[in-house]
Design a binder for this molecule. Structure first.
Ligand SMILES: C[S@@+](CC[C@H](N)C(=O)[O-])C[C@H]1O[C@@H](n2cnc3c(N)ncnc32)[C@H](O)[C@@H]1O
Length: 269
């Protein structure tokens, strides 16, 4: 059984509780209503949802169909097509957790489906700001966008360098359950992620006024590894900040009592 924060849709690694902290950061770097926040690896859309409440334009992307469906429901399209993927995805995760291999869509409780339908219906967004949602690879997304700020919370590997199976499951197994499409995705390992971070900064810092990198204490690389690597590769951040909160079972799996969110802000090159 997966826990969600309050009535937020279940999503592994969702940043709902850090969303006000991110809004404070956007305000601090001079973002004002109408500015554009781009977010890839948007997951549960917790950050983008808060950004829309704060009257930013939002343009989001994730590789998972469930993420895309959540986004459409949260701030735009309440079509039956998107709704059904969002509430079925939520009910499947709730019932089967993130090991979805044996999950059966028809085995989901009709009561829980109605519950999630009601929750998704309650998230109507009133903002008139433009928005877009794409489903796909982050590289295709960032190469075609330019704007005020890009926020990226990678599918970071675990602290010991293992890739995060939970995201493989929520991206590919859940996509197969929701659409019937066969997709094979692997999440980056510790070895790959450092290269991906540099590749992302090399591209994004030419296209966005601000690039914001978010990572977490349960994940690799820790700041002691990440920071010298960034500097050695020519990426000096302008702001680095961190916020510690009590850990939830879902994000640190009983490893420590605290969970820390790290953010690095890079200006345009
Ligand atoms: C740490 S989670 C993001 C959580 C998000 N910040 C939230 O608050 O819900 C990482 C996300 O990266 C997505 N992802 C993994 N590989 C990707 C890729 N190659 N391109 C785009 N998204 C990817 C996963 O589907 C997952 O939603």
């Amino acid at each position: 059984m997966v826990r969600s924060s309050g009535i937020w849709p279940p999503y592994f690694g969702n940043q709902k509780r850090f969303a006000p902290y991110v809004m404070e950061l956007l305000h601090g770097i001079g973002m004002t209503p109408g500015n554009s926040l781009y977010e890839t690896n948007a997951g549960s859309h917790a950050i983008a949802y808060e950004a829309r409440l704060n009257q930013y334009q939002t343009h989001t992307n994730d590789i998972g169909v469930y993420s895309q469906a959540i986004g459409y429901c949260l701030y735009g399209d309440l079509s039956e097509y998107m709704m059904s993927k969002a509430f079925l995805g939520a009910a499947l995760l709730e019932q089967y957790g993130y090991d979805l291999k044996g999950a059966v869509p028809t085995g989901v409780s009709p009561m829980r489906l109605s519950h999630w339908r009601r929750i998704f219906m309650s998230f109507r967004q009133q903002s008139a700001q433009p928005w877009s949602i794409t489903q796909g690879n982050l590289w295709d997304f960032i190469k075609h966008q330019e704007g005020d700020a890009l926020y990226v919370d990678f599918a970071w590997p675990w602290r010991d360098g293992r890739s995060t199976e939970e995201y493989t499951s929520s991206a590919d197994t859940l996509t197969k359950l929701l659409t019937g499409e066969d997709v094979e995705l692997t999440m980056p390992s510790g070895r790959q992620i450092l290269q991906e971070v540099i590749q992302l900064l090399d591209i994004a810092r030419k296209r966005f006024t601000w690039t914001i990198l978010s990572n977490q204490s349960a994940c690799f690389p820790t700041p002691e590894v990440l920071e010298p690597y960034l500097l050695a590769c020519g990426h000096q951040w302008q702001i680095a900040r961190r916020l510690s909160v009590p850990a939830e079972d879902v994000d640190n799996r009983g490893l420590t009592t605290e969970f820390t969110e790290y953010q690095y802000v890079f200006p345009k090159l």
